[in-house]
Design a protein around this ligand. Structure first.
Ligand SMILES: [Ca+2]
Ligand SMILES: [Ca+2]
Length: 312
């Protein structure tokens, strides 16, 4: 009797031990599967990430090629050019790629506020003031913006700002005292709130050279600023623009509606373009913004001078 009891007890212990081992093995197997699943997902993301980067570069290269070819086709730049017409999605294996090109000379170049010698450029300052007015923003913002890029640390009166102002902030920083590298620097300038920035940013650029505004790609608010007129009138002038754009500036100046008003610092060709490429590969998304400079004399190939995963 004692013998049977002991055997039953031993059997029970063995069963519990076996169950424990099975349970433990299940836990380990589940953990291993989970880790394997994470590893597979990680590897998949790495592959997709590499693929996406290649697609982003391919999109950028395609635009460089279009810009180089365009130079051989015509000497002006307008929305009729091939580079301007890419605004659609292309199907690729496992996904889609979107490419958009914008002429940055359809905007006001903030660095034009200083002339080639680094002195305030009266005409450009006037144009910028008008742009601020057209956008219903404070025209006095021009002073701290000018102070941000001029070499000296003398405050432009009455509303300018230099180091003294910025060094007194909770998170102090200095004035750039150099050309804007990105328009997002505006957010550091005294008086420029996020709201003001969002309103102004579609109309300005930060280019590494003094450039003309391209009359073939200019927007109604900026043209209104250049001609000292209303957005409505600027819109009418632009609606009469030839389909292939103006071929030279004399042709633009000859337009009836312009009589009595003369836009300065304008041209019909561009050197700087912004390309935004967006790639979607299944669950994986990636985007890139590049600024491409084109040598309009055609001596060298278009060159990427700025590249960012964010909007520039
Ligand atoms: Ca062209
Ligand atoms: Ca300064």
């Amino acid at each position: 009797m004692i013998q049977i009891k002991s055997t039953t007890h031993q059997l029970g212990t063995a069963l519990v031990t076996a169950l424990l081992i099975v349970a433990l093995a299940s836990v380990i197997a589940t953990a291993m599967l989970k880790q394997q699943h994470i590893d597979i997902r990680r590897a998949e993301n790495m592959v997709k990430g590499d693929q996406a980067v290649l697609y982003l570069r391919a999109g950028e290269n395609w635009v460089k090629k279009l810009l180089a070819d365009d130079l051989l086709k015509n000497k002006s730049d307008s929305q009729n050019d091939n580079w301007a017409k890419i605004d659609s999605s292309l199907d690729i294996e496992d996904g889609v790629i979107q490419i958009r090109v914008e002429d940055l000379q359809g905007r006001f170049n903030l660095n034009n506020l200083l002339d080639a010698e680094g002195r305030p450029s009266r005409n450009d300052i006037e144009n910028f003031r008008n742009l601020l007015a057209v956008l219903e923003l404070d025209t006095e913002l021009v002073q701290p913006i000018l102070d941000w890029i001029d070499a000296d640390i003398n405050i432009s009166l009455p509303t300018g700002a230099e180091d003294q102002e910025y060094l007194a902030l909770n998170q102090p920083y200095r004035t750039a005292n150099a050309a804007f590298v990105s328009i997002s620097e505006l957010l550091l300038v005294k008086g420029v709130t996020r709201e003001i920035y969002d309103k102004l940013s579609p109309y300005v650029s930060a280019l590494p050279a003094r450039v003309d505004i391209n009359i073939n790609t200019v927007s109604p608010p900026l043209l209104a600023a250049l001609l000292r007129t209303t957005i409505e009138e600027a819109g009418i002038i632009l609606s009469n623009r030839p389909k292939a754009g103006y071929q030279n500036i004399a042709e633009f100046r000859g337009v009836q509606a312009l009589s009595g008003r003369k836009a300065e610092g304008v041209g019909v060709a561009s050197q700087f373009f912004k390309t935004r490429v967006i790639v979607e590969l299944g669950r994986y998304n990636a985007s890139q913004t590049s600024v491409i400079a084109r040598d309009n004399k055609g001596k060298s190939q278009p060159l990427v001078i700025q590249r960012s995963r964010a909007e520039i």
